[in-house]
Design a protein around this ligand. Structure first.
Ligand SMILES: Nc1ncnc2c1ncn2[C@@H]1O[C@H](COP(=O)(O)OP(=O)(O)OP(=O)(O)O)[C@@H](O)[C@H]1O
Ligand SMILES: [Mg+2]
Length: 230
């Protein structure tokens, strides 16, 4: 059984004639790293928003761990799938960087000592310690991206969806992110990376889904992380 399964999914935004997505059939395994790529406006972000239930399919079905996605509340989906938005600013709402990282854990009733330990770890790893008391929206774009990723990772979700996670990251920070994602993938936590960053995708993904004009064009299976097999 696939972790996430999309069957004949079509989606239209209100007041738009042309569907943003048409006839999408895709499976995602729980331990697999899949990249989704394709030109601007082809429907990548729309597709991932459907997978976390913030948009509802116009036609077709989506299953999460074998159950229809419509059976889950948004909070239930959010506790299983960590999502980093393409524009992370929209989801930063705490008054300090440290609070932002601990927010999800505190909300889930995690004990304060564990929350503090995790905050410290993620501040260190993503080099945000100097900004721990700063207002999140005052960070630079790359710092905000790292904070959004750190805040999502701190919750230790079983599956991750990152929409353009490398935008705004310099080469060194990109490498740090890549190493971290590889590490958690080895621990069995799969992910979907939406990205135009071909070298990043080539180094990480086991499978690449190419989209164009709201449809799946090609799905390339890859055996290792060291380059395309075919
Ligand atoms: N809220 C919205 N209302 C109406 N149309 C939308 C909305 N969001 C996206 N669209 C349209 O749906 C299509 C797919 O958009 P989407 O954001 O999913 O593309 P994308 O592949 O993520 O592009 P990018 O590479 O630029 O991030 C586009 O034609 C876009 O104009
Ligand atoms: Mg997008």
């Amino acid at each position: 059984m696939a972790y996430l399964e999309l069957r004949q999914v079509t989606f239209s935004y209100p007041r738009k004639m042309k569907p943003a997505l048409t006839g999408i059939n895709l499976n995602f395994e729980k331990e697999e790293i899949t990249a989704i790529t394709g030109p601007n406006g082809c429907g990548k972000t729309t597709l991932t928003k459907l997978m976390i239930g913030i948009l509802k399919a116009t036609e077709g079905e989506i299953y999460l761990a074998g159950r229809p996605l419509t059976d889950y509340s948004l909070a239930e989906i959010g506790s299983r799938i960590g999502y980093v938005f393409q524009k992370p600013d929209l989801l930063l709402f705490c008054s300090t960087v440290a609070e932002e990282i601990g927010f999800g854990l505190t909300n889930r009733g995690c004990d304060p000592e564990t929350v503090q330990k995790r905050i410290k770890f993620y501040l260190d790893y993503f080099e945000l310690t100097d900004y721990r008391n700063d207002f999140p929206l005052h960070l630079s774009q790359g710092e905000k991206e790292r904070l959004a990723i750190a805040a999502m990772l701190a919750n230790e979700p079983e599956f991750l969806i990152l929409d353009e996670p490398t935008i705004g990251l310099d080469a060194y920070r990109k490498k740090l992110l890549e190493n971290y994602l590889k590490k958690i993938a080895r621990l069995g936590r799969g992910m979907i990376l939406v990205s135009h960053d071909a070298p990043f995708v080539n180094r990480l993904a086991e499978r690449v889904v190419f989209m164009a004009d709201g449809r799946i064009q090609v799905c390339n299976e890859r055996k290792g992380n060291d380059g395309y097999e075919a």
